[in-house]
Ligand binder design. Sequence first.
Ligand code: UDP
Ligand code: MG
Length: 311
Amino acid sequence: MEKISILIPCYNEEKALPLFYDELIKNIKKFPQNVEFEILFINDGSKDNTLNIIKELKNKNNQIQYISFSRNFGKEAAIFAGLENATGDYITLMDADLQDPPSLLLEMYNYVSKENYDAVGTRRVNRKGEPVVRSFFSKLFYKLINKMTSFEMVDGARDFVFMKRNVLEAIISLKEYNRYSKGLFSFVGFNVKWIEYKNIPRVAGKTKWSFWKLTKYALEGITAFSTAPLILSSIIGLFFCVVSFLLIIAIIFKTLILGDPTSGWPSLVCIIFMVSGIQLFSLGIIGQYLSKTYLEVKQRPIYIVKEKSIK
Ligand code: UDP
Ligand code: MG
């Protein structure tokens, strides 16, 4: 027998869950007889009826297990809890809103069980149904982060991955508090098959990602995997030192030759504004890393469980 653990982080998914469940069951019936399933829902502190729906589903189907958090800890924490508790030989992560089609599961399983792959990743090839501004910024984000890191972050990669147990173990051995799963998945390496599909809008309910939340998430990704911004502030600092040194020399010569008619007040103000702006910007970058270090050093748990159906 082989076991596949399906991990589903859920936050206020009462509308999407029943639809997701039906679709999932339809697709796992297509698997060979020697494959069993563990369907593990991680309720990330939902404020609606999500937990009760999960419990009802569990009464119908004994493949289902759940973990319920004491409050909302975020999708990354839910993913981590799922990975820590999964018992399968293969593990997959899915959103509850059917944006990650269960119909791909069999194909993914075949890649890792029959071919020489350790994991299958998915990426969406278009961003249809997404606001244009959002697409623009996420493209920009991938360009930036790939310049700054030594491994490749795949543009449009989703959290929908299918992996062997050894990949899971590598990922949970990274115990960091500020978790950025897409980065962690790229970071651990292994032999990954990427499959592509078109963006599918969410079946029901609302997205939990505002523009502001996404921006914070992008910064998280950058600070978690690269220290390049720290170097950037040093480079800018050095650049301004050199420029001001050249300007000082130029001014000395100018004064010697032309005298000193007291002009240049507006340009002085502009320079002060710009330079102090850059100083604050650099301080901000340093602050970002310092705050991340602060959070890591505290070693708080990534999530707190209120109740769960597994040991
Ligand atoms: N999610 C979660 N905790 C959160 C936010 C989201 O567990 O704090 C789950 C959510 O229930 C869904 C998945 O993460 O299953 C993806 O969320 P969403 O569809 O809102 O994100 P999007 O697909 O719009 O990026
Ligand atoms: Mg979604």
